[in-house]
Design a protein around this ligand. Sequence first.
Ligand code: DC
Length: 227
Amino acid sequence: MNDSKLVSVAIDGPAGAGKSTIAKQVAKEKGYIYVDTGAMYRAMALYLIREGIGYNEKERIEEACTRADISIDHVNGEQIVLLNGENVNSLIRTEEVGNMASVSSTNPKVREKLVSLQQKLAEKRSLVMDGRDIGTVVLPNAGVKIYLTASSAIRAKRRYEELLAKGVSCDINEIEKDIIERDKRDMNREISPLKQAKDAILVDSSNLSIEEVKEKILSIINNKEGM
Ligand code: DC
């Protein structure tokens, strides 16, 4: 890699591995923008819900792609997702939107639209982009590719503690069951399934703190940049 060139760091991995927390911090440290591609799939899902479109209405979902304008902006390092010009950041983190995103992201038209937007972003800025298919499909030539994972038990424990801290009572076994099901769906879908790119470096965060994962990924990037 060369300093005068744009740098793309692709971070893929299953839900709950800590991708967004880590990607955000790594981007800040390097002075790159952070792109959360899951938020784009969620904004698209919000549009579908608002339009009253159901999970199985393939044609209506595809038609909706022509009307939903999704873009992102950055304010103080925070990614803002705009749906037809409206900041929808505070509306896309619900279970309902997550479930719709999980289903609608399997639609080829939805993926085509958002992948093209993601690729255009990487042509303009150095960035850290996280998702499921960044190293394999969106940015196959990314200078750095990381596959960040953790065991399902550890991911369930983290989510459980997050919910407890918010005062939400829940069953850790149910959470782990949901995580395993979501992994299965993400890894076995027909288009752009979640998988480690051949040239991605595997980072298992199961026994590492956020700080340790961040340092590990920064050292991978810095080593590549020095090459
Ligand atoms: O990372 P997340 O939970 O915010 O992602 C929401 C959904 O979008 C998730 O079910 C998988 C999907 N997704 C995808 O298919 N490809 C991406 N690059 C990012 C997310």
